[in-house]
Design a protein around this ligand. Structure first.
Ligand code: ARG
Length: 475
């Protein structure tokens, strides 16, 4: 076995040591050590594949597998060793090779036969994304459950539905809560897409050109639980679309969380007083003793920028890179890891806060009972009497103006006065003018009629129960 002058992965053709500042600058172990568990999995399967093509003997393979297990266990149990031994590792790939050589001597150097860190890092990161998707999906299912519980618990409670943040038409509070669940359901689909886009194994792509040892790529992919192998070795080391897809899915989630947060911040304001902030998810003011602030929602709304920033950051890194591996690609990891961690936290906090929130049914109902919200019902009433909608709209406008002149609520105008504006008004008009009637007419699929909302609750409940029975998790 030839001597090596140091334990770097590439020192042979260099005469002088790297500049110390640059050396620290180019290392990635401090953050890519998070990929260690995937690196060891890939290493183990690679070792088996090397044995299949005769590069390792059976005995060498079993020594190597034992050493990999030992390194993996030690890295988990002995943080001091990980820190100390990792201090001069360039990256996670170098770390494992150094540890292998320490365990096995020169045999450790055989593992890197025919492979490159360029394919390794792409493979590790794909595995990370696939695992991360599962974790975030679990979080979203818990959030869906919390929203579902509130929708069930508050069934029947009306609120003033808004557009442009202006009171518009009565809706059910449960309908509002279920609207948020639709958005998070779409996020689950998007996460699934990100996972599918990561689900291709680059191993065997080499640095860029492929593998000259006839390594069994399908075998490696299969044992790493990938569905497919990547189709083109050059693309395989260049591609970070799966990371973009994941960040895009995360951005979608936090955009929806931010909207939910904004709704709750507004609803918690004294002007609305629709929700009672839970103490456990609120903070006070150091100056004003009476304050209870919706910080959990403000922070969720505020942190959204970081995730959007991570997506834009990676897009910017990738823009203009030539085809193939470029060292710029090392910049894909830190923001991705941070975004994943942030989103997992944001979802968990949102879930807890949704579950702990109490709705002020009294306030919600009194806002929903504002007669102005029934103006559209009046126009619809006239349409049922055969009046074209545009004219009906106009007639109701006149009714409202007349009530304003008399300084009374328009629903208090006597039938005589209404008939003067349009003879189509009849004795049955009064019955259509209440919140319950307005809600019950919205029977169209997707509408806010109580029966529809009950059906939507049942649908979501069935989906969550099905999910829970598949995963064994609590719904
Ligand atoms: N640490 C690098 C990364 O994260 C992988 C190493 C590839 N380095 C190289 N010189 N080819 O992308």
């Amino acid at each position: 076995m030839t001597e090596r002058k140091d334990d770097r992965l590439w020192g042979g053709r260099f005469e002088r040591e790297p500049n110390a500042q640059f050396d620290a600058f180019q290392r990635s172990f401090t953050f890519d050590r998070r990929l260690l568990v995937y690196e060891i999995a890939v290493d183990s399967v690679w070792a088996i594949a090397l044995e299949k093509i005769g590069i390792l003997t059976g005995a060498e393979l079993s020594q190597m597998m034992d050493a990999l297990v030992k390194i993996s266990k030690r890295a988990q149990a002995d943080t001091a060793w990980l820190e100390k031994f990792g201090a001069d590792a360039e990256d996670v790939h170098h770390f494992v090779e150094k540890a292998l050589v320490e365990e096995l001597g020169p045999l450790g150097w055989k593992l890197h036969t025919g492979r490159s860190r360029n394919e390794l890092v792409a493979t590790d990161l794909r595995l990370f994304v696939m695992d991360s998707v599962l974790e975030i999906k679990r979080g979203l299912y818990a959030l869906l459950s919390a929203l579902l519980e509130q929708a069930k618990g508050n069934i029947g409670a009306p609120m003033a539905g808004m557009t442009h943040l202006q009171h518009a038409q009565p809706i059910l509070l449960s309908h509002f809560l279920l609207a948020h669940t639709e958005a998070f359901k779409r996020d689950i689909t998007r996460l699934q897409h990100a996972s599918e886009s990561a689900d291709e194994c680059p191993m065997g792509s080499g640095a860029l050109a492929g593998n000259s040892f006839a390594i069994d790529r399908q075998f490696i992919a299969h044992y790493l639980c990938f569905s497919r192998i990547t189709a083109n070795s050059l693309d395989a080391v260049s591609d970070r679309d799966f990371a973009l897809d994941y960040l895009f899915a995360l951005t979608g989630i936090v955009t929806h969380l931010s909207r939910l947060a904004e709704d709750f911040v507004i609803f918690a304001s004294q002007e609305f007083s629709y929700v009672i902030l839970p103490d456990e998810y609120s903070t006070g003011s150091s100056l004003m003793p009476q304050k209870k602030n919706p910080d959990c929602w403000e922070l969720i709304r505020g942190k959204t920028g970081r995730i959007t920033g991570a997506l834009l950051g990676l897009l910017t890194t990738l823009k203009g890179l030539p085809t193939s591996y470029q060292r710029d690609l090392q910049e894909d990891k830190e923001a991705l890891f941070a975004a994943h961690d942030q989103v997992a936290d944001m979802i968990a906090v949102a879930t807890g806060a949704v579950a702990a929130t109490k709705f002020n049914a009294q306030r919600l109902k009194s806002a929903a009972s504002n007669p102005a919200l029934l103006a559209t019902e009046a126009a619809d009433y006239l349409v049922h009497k055969g009046i074209p909608f545009r004219q009906a709209h106009d007639i109701v406008g006149k009714v409202l103006r007349e009530a304003e002149k008399q300084n009374i609520s328009w629903t208090a105008l006597p039938l005589d006065a209404l008939k003067k504006i349009s003879p189509a008004f009849a004795a049955d008009f009064a019955q259509s003018l209440n919140v319950e009637a307005a809600l019950s007419t919205k029977k169209v699929p997707g509408g806010t009629a109580p029966e529809n909302v009950r059906a939507a609750i049942a649908d979501l409940e069935a989906r969550l129960n099905k999910k829970a029975s598949k995963t064994g998790a609590k719904p």
